[in-house]
Design a protein around this ligand. Structure first.
Ligand code: RAM
Length: 878
C-alpha cells in the first residue's frame, strides 16, 4: 500500500552545489508495494530556507497539485533563482487511486556565481619559468581570519590547468579539477561547501597547481597547447551567523612557492622530491616569508561555466595479487586487473634514496614489463625519500593505464602491502548489471565495464596509457549506449556534447576529437598529423548520436533543444559536401581497425550520412518540429535510394562486401524489403566463410549482433559472441585480457604484439557489444516512444550456450530487471521487474506461455505491464 517518494534529484544529481542552470529539472523515484502503481499528480515546493519549507509552503515555488504522471525532468518554474541561492525542495505524489504520499524528505541545491562580475579575484600562478618542458607544480597559499560564527562557507574555484584544493591541512575537492574543456572557449568551475573545514580565527586556504591539459602534454599534441603555465582562480564566500559576509579571493596578496613536485604531467609522469616538502604550508602559523608574490594574469576571455561533468575520484583500491623479484633486483607486481589511476607507495629508507614506480599493461615474453606501446608517454613516478621513517606517496596530476608495476630502487624487501592501486575515473554511478551462466561472457562484461572506468576521465578518452588519451568522438558514439547501461553518464555526455559544440567548425563539421586541444586551430593537421579531418564518417556523427542516446536513455529533451541547430548544421554540412547524396571517397578512418576487411570509405560515409539524417528526423519529431521531421525523413529516404543505386547490386551484394557494409545498410535502413533478405544472407555467408568469425572494426562492431538478431540470425549473433578463435572477443579473454583491446590482433599467438605505434590494451570501442548484451541477451530495451525508460521493452533473446542471464538497469524511475533461465528441455523462465510509475511491454519467447502461473491466451506473447515483479514460463524449441 505504501506509496512514497524514495529519492530526489536536481539536474540528475543528489543535492548539487553551484549550479548555473536557471531552470533546473527535478527527478524523483517512487515506491509502491502493490503492482501497477503510477502517479496521477504531484506537487513540488521550493523554498529559500528550511523554515520556509516546514510550513508546507514554498516561498520560491509552489507548483500546485499538477495532474501528471511525470516524475522526471520536471522543470522549475518559480521565482528567479539568485546567485549563491540555497534552495530546498520536497515533493508529494498522488497515485492512481488519489492516495497521497507523505512529503518526501527535503532535498536541496545551491546556485553558483551567476555573473562574471561576481568573481572578484584574479587569476594567479607562478612567475614564468625559463622554457623547460616539465616544470615544478606551484603551491599557492593565503592566510585569513574568520570573525564570528560561520553559517556557510563556499569555495568557488577553477584553474587554467589543474588545482588541488587545501584548507587548514586537509586536501578537499575533486581530482583533476576543473576537467578538460577547450580552455580557449570555456572552463568549468567547481563549488565546495567548506563550512566544516573553517576554524575560528586563523585559517589558511591554498592549492597546488598542475599543468594538466592546459599547459602539460596533451596526447601526441605536445605541451603548452593552451598556455604555458597554470593559473588559479578562487573565491571563498563566507556568510556569518549574524548575516554579514566576507570573501577571500585569489589576488596579488597570495604567496607562491615551488615545492616537492619537481614535475607532474599527465603523459610524462611525476617526480617528487620529499626533501623539498613544505611541511605545514596549508596550515596557519607556517612561515611563508620565503615565498614569492604570484604572477597575476590579465584576464580570461572564455566562459566560466558551472561544472557539468561528474567529479573525478578514486573509486576503488586494488591490492596486487603477486610480486616477483627480477634478476636486476627490481620487483614486478601484478595488480590482477588492467586498471587506470596510479599506485600509492609505502617506503622507509635513507634520505635521498630514489624509488621508481614504472607502470605497464603487459609483460614481454621474458617477463619484463612491456613499455613499447606507450610511445612517448612515461608511466613513471620517481620518489625521492626524505628519510624520516615510513613515508607514503601518491602522485598528483598524472595517471596511468597498467596491470603491472615495476618497483625500482626500493630500499629493503617490499611485500604485497608496499603498493596499492588507486582506480581513478569520472565517478559515474553504476546503473547496470549483467551476469550470465557463462564465465567467459561474464569476463567480457567485466572487461567492458573496466574499459569504461579506465577511459572515462573528464572526457571519453580512447586509451589511458600511451601519449594519446583524447576524446575521440567516433569511439564515444559507438560506445555511448553501452556506457549508459553500465553507468549514469547523463551529465558526463552532456558535458562532452559541449566539448563537441566548442569544436564544431564554421562549416558545420563536427570534429574527430573533442576538445580538439588546438589540433585544428593550430593547423597541426596540415603538418605533423595530416591524417586528421574534421568530419570523419562515424566520428562527426557523434554530434547527433550522443544527444539522441541521452534522449533515449534519460528522456532528456533539453539536450535535443539546446543542440538542435548544431545538429542541423552537421547534416546540412554533409548534404553540401556530397554529390548526388553520395559522400566522397577521401582518406578517412573508415571502419577503423577492422580485420582483413576494407569497407570502402564512400559506402561507409554515405551510410552514416543517412543515419544522421534519420536520427535528426526523429529528433525533430521529438521536438514537435513536424516540417523538419518530414524534411529529414525524406532526406534519409533519398540517401538510401542513392546508396542503393550507387552501391547495391540486384543480388543484394553491397560494394566492398564486408560484414560492415551489410550491417550498416541493415541497421541504418538503407535497403528495400527484398534487398534486406539478400543482404542478411550475404552477411551470414561472410561470417560463415570466415569460420564463424567477425571482421568488423570500431563502426561495424556496434551494429553487428543487433543487425543479425533483428534479421532472424540470433544463432549467428550468439556464435560470434562466444567464438574463441581469432579474431573474437573471447580470443583476448582466453589469453588473459581483463579489458577490451584496441585491436582484435593487439596480441596473437601467431604474431605476438601488434605494432607498438598503436596498440592499446584498454580501449572500449570494441566493447560496444555490451549494448547488445543488455538490449537483446538480457532484453532490457528503451522504448523511443516513451523515452528515458518511462516505458521499457523487455524482450530477452535466449540462445547460444547461455542458459541463464540476470540483467538489471537502474533507470530514472527505478530498477528494471530481466532474469531468465533456459534448461536442456527448453523450459524457459523469466522474471521481470518494473519500477513504480513506469511500465513495460514484455515479449516472451516460445509457446505455452504462462504469467504468474496462469496460462496466457493462445498466441499471446506480449504483455503490457505496470510496476511490480512478474514471472513467466514458456517452452522454447523442441
Ligand atoms: C586511434 C585510436 C582512436 C581512434 C582513432 C581514429 O587514435 O584508435 O580510438 O578513434 O585512431
Amino acid at each position: 500500500m505504501k506509496w512514497q517518494v524514495t529519492e530526489g534529484r536536481t539536474e540528475y544529481m543528489i543535492n548539487p552545489l553551484g549550479l548555473d542552470e536557471k531552470a533546473p529539472r527535478f527527478f524523483w523515484k517512487l515506491h509502491a508495494d502493490e503492482r501497477g502503481a503510477a502517479q496521477s499528480a504531484y506537487r513540488i515546493l521550493v523554498a529559500s530556507s528550511l523554515e520556509a519549507l516546514a510550513g508546507d509552503e514554498g516561498d520560491m515555488w509552489d507548483s500546485g497539485k499538477v495532474a501528471s504522471d511525470r516524475s522526471a525532468h520536471v522543470v522549475y518554474e518559480g521565482k528567479p533563482l539568485q546567485s549563491e541561492g540555497q534552495y530546498f525542495w520536497k515533493v508529494r505524489s498522488w497515485n492512481r487511486d488519489a492516495v497521497a504520499s507523505d512529503w518526501s524528505e527535503t532535498f536541496f541545491w545551491t546556485m553558483g556565481l551567476l555573473s562574471r562580475d561576481e568573481w572578484k579575484g584574479s587569476w594567479i600562478g607562478a612567475k614564468a619559468q625559463p622554457n623547460v618542458e616539465l616544470q615544478p607544480s606551484p603551491y599557492v597559499r593565503k592566510p585569513f581570519r574568520t570573525s564570528g560564527e560561520v553559517r556557510r562557507a563556499t569555495v568557488y574555484a577553477t584553474a587554467l590547468g589543474l588545482y588541488e584544493l587545501h584548507i587548514n591541512g586537509s586536501q578537499i575537492g575533486d581530482l583533476f579539477a576543473p576537467g578538460f574543456t577547450d580552455y580557449d572557449k570555456r572552463v568549468q568551475t567547481q563549488a565546495y561547501d567548506v563550512t566544516p573545514w573553517l576554524k575560528d580565527g586563523d585559517n589558511v586556504i591554498g592549492a597546488v597547481l598542475g599543468d594538466g591539459w592546459y599547459s602539460g602534454t596533451v596526447g601526441f599534441l605536445g605541451n603548452h597547447v593552451y598556455g604555458e603555465r597554470p593559473f588559479f582562480l578562487l573565491q571563498l564566500n563566507i556568510e556569518y551567523a549574524d548575516g554579514s559576509r566576507e570573501s577571500v579571493e585569489t589576488d596579488a596578496s597570495w604567496r607562491t612557492s615551488k615545492g616537492p613536485i619537481v614535475y607532474s604531467d599527465m603523459i610524462k609522469g611525476e617526480t617528487y622530491d620529499a626533501r623539498l616538502e613544505l611541511t605545514g604550508w596549508d596550515q596557519p602559523g607556517y612561515d611563508d616569508s620565503g615565498w614569492e608574490r604570484p604572477d597575476v594574469r590579465a584576464g580570461y576571455n572564455g566562459l566560466l561555466t558551472a561544472s557539468i561533468e561528474p567529479p573525478i575520484r578514486v573509486t576503488e583500491q586494488m591490492k596486487p595479487i603477486s610480486l616477483r623479484k627480477t634478476e636486476q633486483g627490481t620487483y614486478i607486481y601484478d595488480m590482477g586487473q588492467n586498471m587506470v589511476g596510479w599506485t600509492a607507495l609505502r617506503v622507509s629508507g635513507a634520505r635521498g634514496t630514489k624509488v621508481t614506480l614504472s607502470h605497464a599493461e603487459m609483460l614481454n615474453p621474458d617477463g619484463s614489463i612491456y613499455l613499447d606501446n606507450l610511445r612517448v608517454a612515461v608511466q613513471q613516478e620517481h620518489y625521492i625519500l626524505k628519510g624520516e621513517g615510513e613515508e607514503r606517496y601518491e602522485p598528483h596530476f598524472t595517471f596511468h593505464g597498467f596491470r603491472y608495476v615495476e618497483l625500482i630502487g626500493y630500499p629493503g624487501e617490499p611485500d604485497l602491502d608496499t603498493i596499492v592501486g588507486k582506480v581513478v575515473h569520472s565517478d559515474t554511478r553504476p546503473t547496470g548489471s549483467l551476469r550470465t551462466s557463462d564465465s567467459m561472457v561474464n569476463q567480457l562484461i567485466s572487461n567492458i565495464s573496466w574499459g569504461q572506468r579506465g577511459n572515462f576521465l573528464s572526457v571519453p578518452t580512447d586509451c589511458p596509457q600511451r601519449d594519446e588519451r583524447l576524446g575521440w568522438t567516433g569511439d564515444a558514439q559507438i560506445f555511448a549506449r553501452t556506457a549508459s547501461y553500465n553507468m549514469d553518464v547523463s551529465r558526463f555526455f552532456t558535458k562532452f556534447m559541449w566539448d563537441m559544440i566548442d569544436c564544431q567548425q564554421p562549416s558545420g563539421a563536427f570534429t574527430d576529437v573533442a576538445p580538439d586541444a588546438g589540433w585544428i586551430r593550430h593547423k597541426m593537421w596540415n603538418t605533423r598529423l595530416n591524417w586528421f579531418a574534421p568530419d570523419n564518417a562515424g566520428w562527426g556523427d557523434a554530434g547527433v548520436v550522443i544527444p539522441w542516446t541521452l534522449y533515449l536513455m534519460y528522456g532528456d529533451i533539453r539536450i535535443l533543444e539546446t543542440h538542435y541547430g548544431a545538429m542541423v548544421r552537421w547534416v546540412e554540412y554533409l548534404r553540401t559536401n556530397s554529390k548526388g547524396l553520395i559522400r566522397p571517397d577521401y582518406a578517412n578512418y573508415g571502419d577503423w581497425l577492422s580485420i582483413d576487411a576494407d569497407t570502402p570509405n564512400e559506402v561507409l560515409a554515405t551510410a552514416y550520412f543517412a543515419y544522421s539524417a534519420k536520427l535528426l528526423s526523429r529528433i525533430a519529431g521529438a521536438l514537435g518540429k513536424r516540417d523538419d521531421e518530414e524534411t529529414y525523413a525524406n532526406l534519409h529516404r533519398n540517401i538510401a535510394e542513392a546508396f542503393r543505386r550507387a552501391f547495391v547490386a540486384a543480388d543484394g551484394r553491397i560494394r566492398g562486401e564486408t560484414q560492415t557494409v551489410y550491417v550498416l545498410a541493415l541497421q541504418f535502413d538503407l535497403l528495400t524489403e527484398g534487398l534486406r533478405e539478400l543482404a542478411i544472407g550475404h552477411l551470414a555467408e561472410n561470417i560463415a566463410s570466415r569460420g564463424g568469425r567477425l571482421s568488423t572494426g570500431f563502426l561495424g562492431v556496434g551494429y553487428l549482433l543487433p543487425s543479425l538478431t533483428d534479421n532472424g540470425r540470433l544463432d549467428v549473433a550468439y556464435g560470434l559472441l562466444t567464438q574463441e578463435e581469432f579474431p573474437s572477443w573471447m580470443y583476448s579473454i582466453k589469453h588473459g585480457a581483463t579489458t577490451i583491446w584496441e585491436r582484435w590482433d593487439g596480441w596473437t599467438e601467431h604474431g605476438g604484439f601488434q605494432t607498438p605505434s598503436m596498440n592499446s590494451f584498454n580501449h572500449y570501442s570494441l566493447g560496444s557489444v555490451g549494448e547488445w548484451m543488455y538490449r537483446y541477451m538480457g532484453g532490457i530495451e528503451a522504448d523511443p516512444s516513451a523515452p528515458g525508460f518511462r516505458r521499457a521493452i523487455i524482450a530477452p533473446r535466449p540462445g547460444g550456450r547461455i542458459t541463464e542471464v540476470e540483467a538489471s538497469y537502474e533507470s530514472l524511475y527505478g530498477t528494471y530487471e530481466s532474469a531468465w533461465t533456459l534448461d536442456a528441455n527448453g523450459n524457459f523462465k523469466l522474471r521481470v521487474t518494473v519500477p513504480a510509475n513506469a511500465s513495460a511491454v514484455v515479449h516472451v519467447p516460445g509457446i505455452g506461455i504462462a504469467l504468474d502461473g496462469q496460462p496466457a491466451a493462445e498466441g499471446k506473447a506480449s504483455f503490457e505491464l505496470g510496476s511490480g515483479t512478474y514471472t513467466f514460463v514458456s517452452q522454447i524449441g523442441g
